[in-house]
Design a protein around this ligand. Structure first.
Ligand code: NAD
Ligand code: UDP
Length: 328
C-alpha cells in the first residue's frame, strides 16, 4: 500500500482528505497539534488499521519512519479570527512547517502537495481571479500573517521543485465549507449557522456587498486528489465560481434555517477582500474537474451537520482558547 502523510489531519479539510485517501486504498498517517483542529474529526479513524495518528507541531522537525509516497501539507489556521489570534503560529506553520515538510519530501523522495489559498490574491484588482494574477496583499495588515505565509509557502515549494527536483503540487483553495467546520471558528458559514440555531441575529460585516464563492468540501477534495495525481507543478485554483454577496448569503441562510432572526450590521474587518471568485478554466482543462454540488445542496448537508451538535457544542460559541499552544 502507498503511504501518505496528511498534516492538519484533525482540521476540517485534513480530516476529509484522510477519509478520501483511506477510501482510495492508501495507508494514511495523520499529523496535527490540535491548535485549531478537533480530535472528534478523526475519532472514527483511530481504530482503522490503515490510519495512524501522530500528535506533532510541524514547525518542529518532522520524523516519519519507513517509506513515504505522498505528503499533503494542510496544517495552518484558516479562519481570519484564528489567525488574528495566533499570528506567529500562522507565520511559522506556513514557513518553517512547509520547509520541514519539503525537507521530508526530498529525503523520502515523496511527492508533496501544499494547501495555498485565494488569499494570495489579497483584495484582488482582477476579477475573477486566475492563476496568472500576482495579487494585491497588504504585507503589514492583520491578514498579512496568513497571506504572506502562504505566498512564502508557494515560493519555497517552487524553489524545492526547481533546485532539488522535488515533485510538488500547489492548490489555491477558495472558500470551502461543509461538515466538521468548527462552529466557533469565526468563518462566515459556521458563524451564520450557529447564530441561526441559537436564535441570534446574523452578523453581516460591512454593508454585505463583498462577495465570496463557496465550494462544497467533497468537490474541493476531488479537485485536490486529481491535482496530486496530475503532472502539473504550478498553482491551480480549486473552488466553486458561483459568487454571492454576503448580504444575500445571510438571507439564504435565514430561508434555509427558517429562523425568525434578522440581519444586523457590524464593522468590516480591515483588508477584508471585496470580491472573490475563482477562474477555474485551468482546473477544467488540466484535471477535467469542476464542482458538482450547488450551494443549496451543500448548505443543506452542512446545516444538517450543525443541527446534530449537542447543546453544549452549540452554546460553546466563544472563540477557542489557544493559550496552551502559545509559548511566552
Ligand atoms: P482548520 O483550522 O480546520 O484545520 C487546520 C488544521 O491544522 C487544524 O487541525 C490545526 O490544529 C492544524 N495545525 C495548525 N498548525 C499546526 C501545526 N503547527 N502543526 C500541526 N498541525 C497544525 O482549517 P481548514 O479549513 O481545514 O484548512 C486547512 C488548510 O487549507 C489550511 O492550510 C488552509 O490555509 C487551507 N485553506 C482552507 C480554506 C477553506 O476554505 N477551508 C481556504 C483556503 C485555504
Ligand atoms: N463575515 C460576516 N459575518 C460574520 C463572519 C464573516 O459578514 O459573522 C464576512 C467577512 O467579513 C467576509 C466574508 O464573510 O467578507 C467571509 O468571511 P470568512 O471569515 O468566512 O472568510 P474569508 O473569505 O474572509 O477568508
Amino acid at each position: 500500500m502507498e503511504r501518505v502523510l496528511i498534516t492538519g489531519a484533525a482540521g476540517f479539510l485534513g480530516s476529509h482528505l484522510c477519509d478520501k485517501f483511506i477510501n482510495e486504498g492508501f495507508q494514511v498517517i495523520g499529523m496535527d497539534n490540535f491548535i485549531t483542529g478537533d480530535k472528534k474529526n478523526i475519532s472514527h479513524l483511530l481504530s482503522n488499521p490503515h490510519f495512524q495518528f501522530i500528535e506533532h507541531d510541524v514547525t518542529e522537525f518532522v520524523k516519519i519512519d519507513g517509506p513515504l509516497d505522498y505528503i499533503l501539507h494542510f496544517a495552518s489556521p484558516a479562519s481570519p479570527i484564528d489567525y488574528l489570534k495566533i499570528p506567529i503560529q500562522t507565520l511559522k506553520v506556513g514557513s518553517l512547517g512547509t520547509h520541514n515538510l519539503l525537507g521530508l519530501a526530498k529525503a523520502k523522495n515523496a511527492r508533496i502537495l501544499i494547501a495555498s489559498t485565494s488569499e494570495v490574491y489579497g483584495d484582488p484588482l482582477v476579477h475573477p481571479q486566475n492563476e496568472e494574477y500576482y495579487g494585491n496583499v497588504n504585507t503589514i495588515g492583520p491578514r498579512g500573517v496568513y497571506d504572506e505565509a502562504k505566498r512564502f509557502q508557494e515560493s519555497i515549494t517552487m524553489a524545492y521543485h526547481r533546485f532539488h527536483g522535488v515533485e510538488t503540487r500547489i492548490v489555491r483553495i477558495f472558500n470551502t465549507y461543509g461538515p466538521r467546520m468548527r462552529l466557533n471558528d469565526g468563518r462566515v458559514i459556521p458563524a451564520f449557522m450557529g447564530q441561526a440555531l441559537r436564535g441570534e441575529d446574523l452578523t453581516v460585516f460591512g454593508d454585505g456587498s463583498q462577495t465570496r464563492s463557496f465550494c462544497y468540501v467533497s468537490d474541493e477534495v476531488d479537485g485536490i486528489y486529481k491535482l496530486l495525481f496530475s503532472n502539473y507543478s504550478y498553482p491551480v485554483n480549486i473552488g466553486n465560481p458561483h459568487e454571492i454577496t454576503i448580504k444575500d448569503f445571510a438571507e439564504e441562510i435565514i430561508n434555509l434555517t427558517g429562523t425568525n432572526q434578522k440581519v444586523i450590521y457590524k464593522d468590516l474587518p480591515k483588508d477584508d477582500p471585496m470580491q472573490r471568485q475563482p477562474d477555474i478554466s485551468l482546473a477544467k482543462k488540466l484535471l477535467n474537474w469542476e464542482p458538482k454540488i450547488n450551494r443549496q445542496e451543500g448548505m443543506l448537508k452542512t446545516y444538517n451537520y450543525f443541527k446534530e451538535l449537542t447543546e453544549e457544542e452549540l452554546y460553546k460559541s466563544e472563540h477557542k482558547d489557544f493559550s496552551k499552544h502559545i509559548k511566552k
